[in-house]
Ligand binder design. Structure first.
Ligand code: C2E
Ligand code: CA
Ligand code: CA
Ligand code: CA
Length: 275
């Protein structure tokens, strides 16, 4: 039994070493990739459901890796957050997104994701102000997407930081709405401009009547609070129909536009939501 235990431990330790090693390797690769400028932004449209016009493009980070090809954020964002590399990376995202948006026709906006780690390190208000200034972009053309996890801990400083950003004229959206533990408490504490209904709900529209009721209620809540409501992850026509019948303001999803490089937005034919 003793030998077994040691064997198990050794195996566990080896597995752990491998995981630590892989993480260190990813961290080194991230440093290299940031220095080499290997990151790119893809943009996904958010359509107004009533007019079919594009209101905003969400910037979604991609890593054009020399050996692994185009890598999505889910593989590296967590390590970037844990190592502090999210600070230079997030700064680059903000600057690039503002530069790109400055070339779009107003009132088209750009939506940028912020992780809680970015609020903890450095002065995020100054970082945003500098990016707007450098790109000569009006603050109301920038929308910041934050998640409930940001508000979970550092509530007071976070709320005052959000208030300062809002006072600058930047819009604040709550992303992945409905997935946290106390979504409603946060709505009461901070006047968000937009609610983005998480795609886990949208994926079950017209399948589960409870989900239909929840989505309808969130839309109604957004209306009452004077917030724009955006549905994420709309993949099929029936979902768009449901949302339209409940007067959801905006939709985002593969149905009307997948994330694409900046060049593709202007060169290629715009997705036609009416078709
Ligand atoms: P998110 O903010 O919830 O972004 C939406 C994600 O859903 C994107 O994944 C997008 O490609 C995907 N998506 C859009 N429409 C559909 C659809 O119809 N069906 C399905 N199944 N998926 C859809 P992506 O680009 O892999 O990004 C994943 C997450 O990484 C984002 O989730 C966001 O939390 C984070 N992220 C992306 N870019 C940045 C960034 O620049 N900074 C930070 N801090 N986080 C980022
Ligand atoms: Ca988002
Ligand atoms: Ca989301
Ligand atoms: Ca998400």
């Amino acid at each position: 039994a003793k030998a077994d235990g040691r064997g198990t431990f050794r195996f566990f330790e080896e597995g752990m070493n491998r995981a630590v090693h892989a993480r260190l390797q990813l961290e080194q690769e991230l440093r290299r990739g940031i220095a080499q400028g290997e990151f790119v932004l893809h943009y996904q449209p958010q359509h107004d459901l009533a007019t079919k016009e594009i209101r905003s493009y969400e910037a979604l980070l991609r890593w054009q890796h020399p050996r692994h090809g185009l890598v999505g954020p889910d593989t590296f964002i967590t390590v970037a957050e844990e190592t502090g590399l999210i600070e230079p990376l997030g700064r680059w995202v903000m600057q690039q997104a503002c530069r790109d948006a400055a070339r779009w026709l107003p009132p088209l906006k750009v939506s940028v994701n912020l992780s809680p780690a970015q609020f903890r390190s450095g002065d995020i208000v100054a970082m945003v102000a500098e990016a707007l200034e450098a790109a000569d972009l009006e603050p109301d053309r920038l929308e910041l997407e934050i998640t409930e996890s940001l508000l979970l801990n550092h509530t007071e400083t976070t709320l005052s930081t959000l208030s300062r950003l809002k006072a600058m004229g930047v819009r604040i959206a709550m992303d992945d709405f409905g997935t946290g533990y106390s979504s409603l408490a946060y709505l009461w504490q901070f006047p968000f401009d937009k609610l983005k209904i998480d795609r886990s709900f949208i994926g079950n529209l017209n399948v589960d009547r409870n989900v239909d009721a929840i989505v309808a209620a969130i839309i109604g809540l957004g209306h009452s609070l004077g917030m724009t409501v955006t549905a994420e992850g709309v993949e099929v026509e029936e979902q768009a129909k449901f949302l339209e019948s409940h007067a959801c303001h905006e939709i985002q999803g593969f149905l009307y536009g997948t994330p694409a490089p900046y060049a593709g937005l202007l060169a290629g034919p715009r997705p036609d939501p009416k078709r």
